[in-house]
Design a protein around this ligand. Structure first.
Ligand SMILES: [Cu+2]
Length: 286
């Protein structure tokens, strides 16, 4: 009796995994203001998964085989678009218009972005999609890195273009946050336990290279979009190139609280103040 019960439970569990979810996602493009820790305001354009402006484009998490019906609404005054290399190409969307597409998702880490210009991506129109392998229960943390030069955001918002030879960012954010807000972001702040694996996805949406340095622990590169021969390396510093990502795994061997920061120390500042940019700590409990 007990055996037949456990077999039928197993079949039930298998059945759940066979069917993938049908998911409706609505992303709306808005322009608005991103506030820094020192109250300075930077004009940005982002995708939002609600009907109101979001200060940064959302992190979208799905599972392998999910069937996604995605509707992208352009509520900005200029033409924008939506593209994920190798997965979705909605192309361009006129101001006030929307486009809907249905796709079956394949496990992986992807950057979604507005293909109409690098300027629109710089202003905030790019984000992270993580399609998990089915049954993946590992805890994940996500860091979307971005720099901001307020004068450039103002110039680009009024039709200007980016000249990277003059690029001089003043703020450095993780998931759109600076200062103490980074430590209050549950998707970014790493809490873990000894002997328990966690994973971290770092994606660079900016124009500068960010080399993230971990104190206390080594992490393993499970996957990266820049150079697949680096997968499997076990180390403590990971350069993330513009437009690229690193998927890292760690199984902490000891408890403690250790810093993680960009080794390019200018990126640890914000508005000229140290310790307000790309820096946080990792808290590992016994
Ligand atoms: Cu360091």
């Amino acid at each position: 009796m007990i055996r037949s019960l456990s077999i039928s439970f197993l079949l039930f569990a298998l059945t759940i995994n066979v069917y993938s979810a049908n998911i409706d996602l609505r992303l709306e493009i808005f322009s608005g203001d991103l506030s820094m820790f020192d109250n300075s305001i930077i004009p940005v354009i982002t995708y939002s998964d609600s009907s109101a402006f979001s200060p940064s484009s959302p992190i979208l998490i799905f599972e392998d085989g999910d069937v996604l019906t995605i509707k992208v609404v352009n509520s900005d005054i200029n033409v924008h678009g939506f593209k994920v290399d190798g997965l979705i190409d909605i192309g361009s969307i006129a101001a006030g218009d929307s486009v809907t597409q249905v796709i079956t998702l394949i496990a992986g880490i992807y950057k979604y972005y507005d293909p109409t210009s690098i300027e629109n991506q710089y202003l905030g129109l790019s984000g992270l999609i993580h399609v998990k392998e089915s049954g993946d229960l590992t805890p994940y943390f996500y860091w979307n890195l971005r720099e901001h030069e307020p004068e450039l955001n103002n110039a680009v918002s009024s039709g200007g273009s980016i000249d990277q030879t003059l690029y001089s960012p003043k703020y450095y954010t993780i998931n759109g946050n600076s200062g103490d807000a980074i430590d209050n972001d549950a998707q970014a702040k790493i809490f873990g336990n000894v002997n328990s694996e966690f994973r971290l996805v770092i994606m660079n949406h900016g124009l500068s290279i960010h080399s993230m340095h971990f104190h206390g622990y080594h992490l393993l590169i499970l996957d990266n979009s820049k150079n697949s021969s680096h997968n499997g390396r076990d180390k403590d510093t990971f350069p993330v190139y513009p437009g690229h990502y690193q998927l890292l795994s760690a199984t902490p061997d000891k408890p403690g609280e250790y810093p993680i920061h960009d080794h390019n120390l200018i990126a640890v500042t914000g508005g000229g103040q140290y310790h307000t940019g790309m820096i946080t700590t990792m808290l590992i409990a016994p």
